[in-house]
Design a protein around this ligand. Structure first.
Ligand SMILES: C[S@@+](CC[C@H](N)C(=O)[O-])C[C@H]1O[C@@H](n2cnc3c(N)ncnc32)[C@H](O)[C@@H]1O
Length: 207
């Protein structure tokens, strides 16, 4: 099974971003969590941001600076094209979160539908190491994954589903004392094809 950049490049090449199963117009499912965590001038990383409209929503509110990191160069091309001139205001990083060393710190880490693709303990350990390295003490991480009653696959790949307590325990296992859970809630995502998918959205503080 191909699950690296080639897989995601193919997904973003096959369909317009707004028709992909994870499309979320206006980034409405996690935007409230992001806005409640952010102050003006806070640097934001959209980790595995793909072609998400979150960046446009933040720029429209004068928030950021915003960095979008994704494994798929094609996804980043799509995201830049959607933003037009405003793309120049964003930092774009084509990288694998599992093998990434940040060169600055962030006040907010946003991940919608990325961590649940971390398929092995080694993947999860590497992700949490990047999260811990990137997020400044006191910074917040908003992490949205499929919930226990969510789908078992996405984009043809297996996922790990999390209740908020499972996610908190996973972060704690890989970075003991590194993150404090602040809040969690349930969100139902409706795909463009009309299917309902259960997510949990958890917010953590970096200790
Ligand atoms: C389901 S999509 C979600 C995209 C975006 N977060 C959103 O809400 O629209 C998963 C994204 O994670 C990216 N991704 C998957 N594995 C990754 C990794 N190891 N490092 C960086 N990005 C990754 C994919 O390229 C894809 O853009």
């Amino acid at each position: 099974m191909v699950s690296g950049a080639a897989h995601w490049d193919a997904a973003y090449s096959a369909r317009a971003p707004e028709t992909l199963p994870w499309a979320n117009p206006g980034a409405s499912e996690t935007l409230p969590d992001v806005l409640s965590a952010l102050a003006p001038g806070d640097p934001v990383l959209d980790a595995g941001g793909g072609a998400s409209p979150l960046t446009a929503e933040l720029l429209a509110r004068g928030l950021g600076p915003v960095t979008v990191l994704d494994l798929s160069p094609r996804a980043l091309d799509r995201a830049r094209a959607a933003l037009g001139d405003r793309a120049a205001d964003v930092t774009w990083i084509a990288a694998d979160l599992r093998r990434w060393t940040p060169d600055r710190d962030y006040a907010l880490w946003h991940d919608r539908a990325v961590f649940h693709f971390m398929a092995t303990e080694a993947d999860r350990a590497a992700y949490v190491a990047s999260l811990a390295a990137a997020l400044r003490p006191g910074g917040q991480a908003v992490i949205a994954t499929f919930a226990p009653d969510g789908p078992e696959t996405c984009s043809g790949l297996p996922v790990t589903r999390y209740a908020p307590a499972d996610l908190a325990a996973t972060l704690e296992r890989h970075r003991p004392g590194g993150f404090a859970p602040l809040s969690a809630r349930r969100v139902i995502h409706t795909t463009p094809a009309g299917r309902a998918q259960s997510f949990q959205v958890s917010t953590f503080r970096r200790l």
